[in-house]
Design a protein around this ligand. Sequence first.
Ligand code: ADP
Ligand code: ASP
Ligand code: MG
Length: 404
Amino acid sequence: MSLIVQKFGGTSVGDLDRIQNVANRISKTLKAGNNVVAVVSAMSGETNKLVSYADNFSKTPAKREVDLLLSSGERVTASLLAIALNEMGHDAISMSGRAAGIVTDKHHTKARIESIDTTNMKNVLDAGKVIVVAGFQGVNEDGDVTTLGRGGSDLSAVAVAGALQADLCEIYTDVSGIYTTDPRIEPNAKKMDKISYDEMLELASLGAKVLQNRSVELAKKLNVNLVTRSSFSDEEGTLITKEENIMEQPLVSGIALDRNQARVSLCGVKDRPGIASDIFGALASANVNIDMIIQTSGHEGATSVDFTVPSGELTDAKKVVDSFIANKEIGKAEYDESISKVSIVGVGMKSHTGVAATAFSTMSTENINILMISTSEIKVSMVIEEKYSELAVRSLHSAYKLDK
Ligand code: ADP
Ligand code: ASP
Ligand code: MG
């Protein structure tokens, strides 16, 4: 008998009929002789609706309160699914993050899972029941409810699969697997049979929201067998696995787009030893994730520093920057939210030259100005004006022949 963790995303539980559809799928898995732990997201649009409710009262609502509010979305789905399963004759119980034993740190709205006490879940499974866990949430050592960052139900699923040593973790969503790029942007995108953890981690970190990046990181660390597939068909999905399990590595595996980036440009930054450490140290303490950084060479005791942050963290970044402006360590700051980041990912890049050059010439042919560039062993990222996002993705997709 296998233990399978099945995670169902927002669209898959988007209305009551779809929740019934999910119950039918779980029922089939149970009848095939498996144990199932389901992990569910909130119904699609629900989390955004709750965020807007909080925004109605405050532009900077206390994150502790936001977490309790947002966690309710997944609880609604979990309990409805358990009720549907019970009605079909299955012994199912729903659990909040707390009941499932998911303990996190105290970083409200993007908490990290510290441990999972599986006692409760194991007792319930041993009693032959099905568990439906409300995704995206845990509880910190003070007993406060926390959430795991947007898209965090993927992380809940992988963490539960790891803690219970499940045989398989299936992520059910609204596309039938991992494609060479977002199939909503490029209809000619191709589904991959397999992709390595590292490439998937890059794609997810660079904006392919089909999987939350931290869930991939954890799947790699815990060696969880992860499959992404559609909840609307029986088509085979994409296996996310170790690099050595993939025979042939293409040069470029996929293109990712991240529209939720903002550029911060600092002018008149005091050119002294330790300034970068002070600014980026303060940003790190404020839990702001920095991506690309460009510093120009100093001139008359001052320098310029540009960097990107996720749009959702711009308010926190501004607070930090303002404190440096107040201390006269930074002259002035400009913010630009109408940018996006397009990236090319492939482990094959490690051993081939010319990949970046193709990206730059493609942008040049399309007359798209590149605002910032960063590269690593297996990726090339470019910041461009947001209005060119789709054009950039499609032309890169064809330049690397990913549609072939
Ligand atoms: P869920 O609600 O199930 O968690 P998400 O909306 O978070 O689903 O993720 C699924 C979406 O990810 C797809 O609808 C698709 O538009 C998008 N996506 C982005 N990049 C890719 C990719 N490379 N392959 C597949 N889907 C992708
Ligand atoms: N409901 C949460 C969100 O929309 C978590 C998730 O769906 O994974 O971000
Ligand atoms: Mg998601």
